[in-house]
Design a protein around this ligand. Structure first.
Ligand SMILES: Nc1ncnc2c1ncn2[C@@H]1O[C@H](COP(=O)(O)OP(=O)(O)OP(=O)(O)O)[C@@H](O)[C@H]1O
Length: 281
C-alpha cells in the first residue's frame, strides 16, 4: 500500500471540514484557536412602569461571556500540564472542553486517548441519587460498558469512603462538600483515563484524603498519556507539573516551565496589585 493512501486512510475530518491530524504517538492533546462563549438568558424584573406597559412581563436579557478567546497549544505524551490564572480566567472551562463536556464555540480540540474528569467539573451529580448510582452513571459517561462499571463501582465507592462512615449508599443531597468531592475524584481516577483532568482536587477533603489523593495522582501520572492540573497552589504546580500554561481573561498569556510561568504570573499580580493600590491612594 502506498504511503499516500495510508495517510489519507488515517486522516480524520470534522463536520466543518477541519482536517484533524492522523494518529500520532507523540501527542496527547492539540487545541487550535479554541473559543468558548457562554450565553445566559435571564428575565429582568420589570420596573413598575414597565410592568404596567408590558402587562407584568419582564424583559429578556442575554448575557454573553467569552470564557476562552482563541487559544492554541499542544501537549506531548507524558506531560503533566499545570493550568494557572486568576478566578474567572477560563481554567475550568478549558478542562471541561478538553473532557468533551463543553463543545467549542469555534476552534478544535484533538485528544489522542480517553479523557476523564472529576464529575464535579461539570457533568454534575444527580443529587437525588446515591453516590453509588452516580458512580455508575459517571462510569457509563466515560464510555465503559455496563459490566465494567458494575465491577468497578464497588472499588470506586470504597476508595471514596476511605474507611470513613459509609456514605455511598445515601442520596448525594445529604453529603458534605468534601464527601461529594471524594466521589467525584474517585470516579475520575478509577476509569482508566489516558488524559486526566484534575481541578483543585487536592484542596478539597481533609488531610487524610489529600494524602491519598496525591498518592493516587502520582500513580496515574506514570500510566496516563497526559494530565492537566488546575490549581491556585503554585507550589503544587511547580512540584507536580513538567509544563505550565497561564490563562488570563480567556487568553493564553504564557506557556513554559512551571518555575518560569509561575514567576511571571506572580510578577504580573504584583504589578497589578501595586497599580490598584496606587489608584486607591
Ligand atoms: N455555566 C456558565 N455560564 C455562564 N458563564 C460562565 C459559566 N461558567 C463559567 N462562566 C464564566 O466564564 C468565565 C470563566 O470561568 P471559569 O470557571 O472557566 O474560570 P476559572 O479560571 O476556572 O475560575 P476559578 O479560578 O474561579 O475557578 C467566568 O467569567 C465565568 O463567570
Amino acid at each position: 500500500m502506498s504511503s499516500l493512501s495510508e495517510s489519507s486512510r488515517n486522516t480524520r475530518t470534522t463536520r466543518d471540514g477541519y482536517t484533524l491530524e492522523p494518529d500520532r504517538t507523540d501527542l496527547a492533546v492539540r487545541v487550535t484557536d479554541l473559543k468558548i462563549t457562554y450565553k445566559t438568558t435571564f428575565e429582568k424584573r420589570p420596573t413598575l412602569k414597565q410592568a404596567v406597559v408590558r402587562f407584568g412581563r419582564g424583559t429578556r436579557t442575554v448575557h454573553t461571556v467569552e470564557a476562552l478567546k482563541g487559544i492554541s497549544f499542544d501537549v506531548k505524551n507524558g506531560t503533566t500540564m499545570g493550568v494557572i490564572g486568576a478566578n474567572g480566567a477560563g481554567k475550568s472551562t478549558l478542562l471541561r472542553a478538553l473532557a468533551g463536556i463543553l463543545p467549542p464555540t469555534s476552534g478544535h480540540i484533538e485528544t489522542w486517548g480517553k479523557a476523564s474528569t472529576m464529575l464535579a467539573l461539570g457533568v454534575g451529580f444527580n443529587n437525588a441519587l446515591t453516590g453509588r448510582e452516580n458512580i455508575i452513571l459517571g462510569g457509563l459517561a466515560t464510555g465503559l460498558s455496563k459490566k465494567e462499571v458494575r465491577l468497578r463501582a464497588q472499588e470506586v465507592g470504597e476508595w471514596a469512603e476511605g474507611g470513613t462512615d459509609p456514605f455511598v449508599d445515601r442520596p448525594m443531597r445529604t453529603y458534605s462538600s468534601g464527601q461529594s468531592a471524594r466521589v467525584g475524584f474517585s470516579v475520575g481516577v478509577h476509569m482508566d483515563p489516558d488524559i486526566l483532568m484534575v481541578d483543585e482536587a487536592l484542596s478539597t477533603g481533609d488531610a487524610g484524603f489529600r494524602e491519598r489523593a496525591a498518592a493516587k495522582l502520582e500513580e496515574l501520572r506514570a500510566r496516563s498519556r497526559a494530565m492537566f492540573f488546575v490549581s491556585h497552589g503554585l507550589a503544587s504546580v511547580r512540584e507536580l507539573c513538567d509544563e505550565c500554561i497561564w490563562l488570563d481573561h480567556g487568553r493564553l498569556m504564557m506557556r513554559g516551565h512551571p518555575d518560569e510561568v509561575t514567576a511571571a504570573y506572580l510578577e504580573f499580580l504584583k504589578v497589578k496589585n501595586s497599580e490598584q493600590n496606587s489608584e486607591e491612594v
